[in-house]
Design a protein around this ligand. Structure first.
Ligand SMILES: Nc1nc2c(ncn2[C@@H]2O[C@H](COP(=O)(O)OP(=O)(O)OP(=O)(O)O)[C@@H](O)[C@H]2O)c(=O)[nH]1
Ligand SMILES: [Mg+2]
Length: 179
C-alpha cells in the first residue's frame, strides 16, 4: 500500500545534506539558506539555517518526505523539531573534514533519543577529495558505540547514490515491503 514517511538528514556543515536532498528529490527543493558567516564561510557560501524539504516518489505510489537539518550546532533547536514524526535518520559525514569519525560520534550522540526509536544509515561524502579515513574506520567506531548502522560511501550530488541509501533504510525498517 502507498504510504507517506518522513526521513531526516543530519550531519556537519558541508557534509552534503542539502545537496543530497536536492539530488534525489522529485519535487523542487524548499531551502532556507543564508550567506555563511564566520568559520562556516571558509567552507562554503551558503548554509542551511532552518530546514530543507524535498520528496522522493516511489513506484508503488509511496512518498518519502525528506527533511534536511542545519549542520551548525547553534541551530540545534531545529534538530528536535524536525525529527518529530520521522521514521529514520540519514547521517551525512564529510570525509574531508578534520576528524569525521569524531563528527559521527557527535551527531550520533546528539540524535541518540531519536535513533533509539528508529533507524539510522550513514552516508560518507567527499571521499573523492579525501580517501581517508576508510569505511572500515567508521564501521569500527559504530561497533565500539554498540550500534548497528550501515555505512555507505556516497557522492551527495548523485541521485542514484542517495536513492540506494534511502531504499536500504526503508528495507531495514520494513523488510517485507516490495519496492
Ligand atoms: N567533491 C564532492 N562534493 C560533494 C560531494 N557531496 C556533496 N558535495 C558538494 O559539497 C557541498 C555540500 O554543501 P551542502 O549540501 O550545502 O552541505 P550541507 O550539509 O547542507 O551544509 P549546511 O547546510 O551548511 O549544514 C556542495 O557544494 C555539494 O555539491 C561529494 O561526494 N564530493
Ligand atoms: Mg544545508
Amino acid at each position: 500500500m502507498a504510504r507517506e514517511d518522513k526521513i531526516i538528514f543530519a550531519g556537519p556543515v558541508g557534509a552534503g545534506k542539502t545537496a543530497a536532498i536536492s539530488a534525489v528529490s522529485d519535487v523542487e527543493l524548499v531551502k532556507t539558506e543564508a550567506l555563511a558567516t564566520d568559520d562556516v564561510a571558509l567552507r562554503k557560501l551558503n548554509t542551511t539555517v532552518a530546514m530543507d524539504y524535498g520528496a522522493l516518489h516511489l513506484e508503488d505510489g509511496s512518498k518519502i518526505h525528506l527533511y534536511g537539518t542545519p549542520g551548525q550546532d547553534r541551530f540545534n533547536f531545529m534538530w528536535d523539531i524536525l525529527t518529530i514524526g520521522g521514521i529514520g535518520l540519514v547521517l551525512c559525514l564529510d570525509n574531508a573534514r578534520e576528524d569525521p569519525i569524531a563528527d559521527m560520534e557527535h551527531y550520533l550522540n546528539a540524535f541518540r533519543k531519536f535513533i533509539d526509536k528508529t533507524d539510522v544509515v550513514i552516508g560518507v561524502t567527499r571521499m573523492d577529495i579525501s580517501a581517508e579515513p576508510g569505511l572500515d574506520r567508521y564501521n569500527a567506531k559504530v561497533k565500539e558505540l554498540g550500534l548497528k548502522v550501515p555505512v555507505f560511501q556516497i557522492d551527495g550530488r548523485r541521485r542514484e547514490d542517495v536513492k540506494i541509501m534511502l531504499l536500504a533504510m526503508l528495507a531495514m525498517l520494513d523488510p517485507g515491503l516490495q519496492r
